[in-house]
Design a protein around this ligand. Structure first.
Ligand SMILES: *Cc1c(COP(=O)(O)O)cnc(C)c1O
Length: 229
């Protein structure tokens, strides 16, 4: 497994997908989804040019954040959020992508109060209302974004989703477009300036870019296939 080759290849694919739809490759943030990866692996990826890392489990993430505090990494929380982890998440992360409840947003806001920088957040949308997945439905999202927008220590940046895994490009694209349209509706109707669409993973990031993704979350295409635990 060569991290360097993988990262180079992903970068090339990002550039190609961006140029295909007349976007600038540098407008797409490559976030390395680093769950189960060691601090050493993250450090290697960092020195190969990746500055944004996404973690799913708070305890695991905290150890890595502490070990790698000498690096200028932006840490993103992308996993399910338990209420008793909100204090730590609010204090140690720059971004949270996976808010799907008002209570969680309020707790994050509270625990961010002493930090001069607001916590960047996205609302997670469950596009097909799959009961196995977190996220609010598109219908419920409006109340949640309106509430979050009132919280002084959070900066609402946009929407995140993990859509159904599809192999066909057209099917992937239509799901991602739904998220893009939801954000643009909020911007128009609520007069918001949301600028972030966190969507696209190893198997579907090219279609996500075509639908307007600004952050793609890539694990296996960078670090190699996940071992079954
Ligand atoms: C693991 C994970 C990813 C990355 O998935 P890959 O298929 O490994 O690219 C992206 N987003 C979330 C929320 C994840 O948990």
């Amino acid at each position: 497994m060569s991290l360097k080759i993988n990262i180079t290849q992903v970068r090339e694919q990002i550039t190609e997908a961006a140029l295909d739809c007349k976007r600038l490759p540098e407008d797409i943030c490559l976030l390395a989804a680093s769950k189960n990866q060691s601090p050493l692996m993250i450090e290697k990826a960092y020195f190969l040019g990746i500055a944004n890392f996404g973690e799913n489990y708070y305890q695991e993430a905290l150890l890595k954040i502490q070990k790698l505090h000498h690096l200028a990494i932006d840490w993103h929380f992308i996993g399910a959020i338990q209420r008793n982890k909100t204090a730590g998440i609010a204090q140690h992360f720059n971004w949270v992508h996976s808010i799907d409840r008002i209570k969680i947003a309020e707790h994050l806001n509270y625990y961010r109060r002493d930090n001069p920088q607001k916590l960047n957040v996205c609302v997670q949308i469950n596009l097909a209302n799959e009961h196995t997945k977190s996220g609010v439905s598109i219908e419920e999202a409006k109340d949640l974004v309106l509430t979050i927008n009132q919280l002084p220590h959070l900066k609402l940046r946009g929407l995140m989703s993990i859509p159904k895994a599809e192999t066909q490009y057209e099917k992937q694209l239509s799901q991602f477009k739904k998220l893009q349209q939801t954000m643009s509706t909020f911007n128009k109707e609520l007069n918001f300036n949301l600028d972030t669409l966190s969507m696209g993973m190893s198997h579907d990031f090219e279609s996500a870019i075509h639908a307007g993704a600004t952050i793609i979350r890539i694990g296996q295409a960078i670090f190699g296939e996940r071992q079954n635990k």
